[in-house]
Ligand binder design. Structure first.
Ligand code: GDP
Ligand code: CA
Length: 321
């Protein structure tokens, strides 16, 4: 049995942990957003891939939801002492080893998908970890510069980490997306899938970015599997992150219904066969099987139950269950 999950960072990683325990024995492929990737201090950093890898591999800082457990920040402090820019991005000492290896392998000519597989060899995440694409695609945010009053595009990380999403986004653009192709294994995974799940990740800068890779959306739509989405919006708000700052830029209401309608029904050119919303978040999404289930991934048990509900909605039964 094969399950494909589209994922961003924290929401995607937690959901994947639930899918892994809800479907033991299934082959799970995570197609992960790389639009957040950035080069800092000469190092290639892939925040969402690393969040998924560390979370599933048991190395995540559970409290923060990103970066390594037991992290120290000596290198970051030393860089700051030199006044080295940028000083706003959290690069931990343990985490740096991952970026050093990744950068070295990329510089040697290995594609990101192979680099990711090599890094995952240490972490044994129990799922196949695929970047959405081997080509560089970087999300930029069009904002109005408070100094000049003029519009300019800044890297997503600068918008989110440096400015804490305080600048109103006018648009999100994927630099480099025209030349991107789905990474090796992505199209095959959709074609062979028994269930396709959209994690409760950011609909704009995680799921939206993955679906922006030319050919990927079409592959998802022609998958024989049912496509089930999980709402990242509960009770009209997001649980963490900045999806509530992103959705209005696309004219999408910050509600389970708004996101469900944005994804749309597969019967109507959209993505979804089923859409999971929280109890109390009544959502009318024409053509979609909307189900109310607890959506809070607050414990391992709750997360597994959520993943099971998603697999149920996909008509998927794990072997032996
Ligand atoms: P990022 O790349 O780290 O921003 O993470 P993702 O894009 O994967 O996920 C961010 C989204 O996860 C946010 O929009 C949150 O609302 C959502 N999220 C976080 N925790 C939960 C949870 O427990 N349940 C649900 N349904 N969504 C969650
Ligand atoms: Ca992310």
């Amino acid at each position: 049995m094969q399950i494909v999950v589209l994922a961003g960072g924290t929401g995607g990683a937690r959901f994947l942990r639930g899918v892994r325990s809800a479907a033991p024995g299934a082959e799970i492929t995570a197609v992960v957003n790389t639009g957040d990737d950035v080069t800092l201090h000469g190092l290639r950093i892939c925040p969402d891939l690393d969040t998924v890898m560390y979370t599933l591999g048991g190395g995540i800082d559970e409290e923060r939801g990103w970066g390594r457990a037991g992290e120290s920040w000596t290198v970051k402090e030393e860089l700051a002492a030199y006044g080295a820019d940028p000083d706003w991005f959290g690069l931990g000492d343990r985490d740096l080893a991952t970026h050093l290896i990744r950068t070295r392998m990329l510089d040697a000519g290995f594609p990101l998908s192979q680099v990711t597989a090599a890094l995952a060899d240490r972490w044994q995440p129990g799922v196949t970890l695929l970047p959405m694409s081997d080509q560089r695609v970087e999300t930029h945010v069009v904002v109005t510069d408070p100094g000049t009053g003029r519009q300019r595009a800044i890297h997503f990380q600068e918008w989110w980490v440096r400015h804490r999403a305080a600048l109103d986004p006018a648009a999100f653009v994927q630099i480099g997306v025209e030349a991107a192709r789905p990474a090796p294994g992505v199209l095959e995974a959709f074609a062979a899938a028994d269930a396709v799940l959209l994690a409760p990740s950011n609909p704009v800068v995680s799921i939206g970015t993955v679906l922006g890779v030319p050919g990927l959306r079409e592959a998802l739509l022609s998958s024989p599997a049912r496509v089930v989405g999980v709402s990242p919006v509960v009770g009209g708000g997001v649980l963490r992150g900045m999806a509530d700052r992103c959705l209005p830029a696309l004219g999408v209401e910050v509600s389970a219904e708004g996101v469900g309608r944005h994804y749309g029904s597969r019967t109507d050119g959209g993505l979804l066969d089923a859409w999971l919303v929280a109890p109390g978040d009544a959502a009318d999404v024409p053509g979609v099987d909307v189900r109310q289930v607890p959506l809070l991934m607050s414990s391992a048990e709750a997360t597994t139950a959520l993943a099971q509900a998603a697999l149920d909605a996909a008509g998927f039964r794990a072997a032996g269950v």
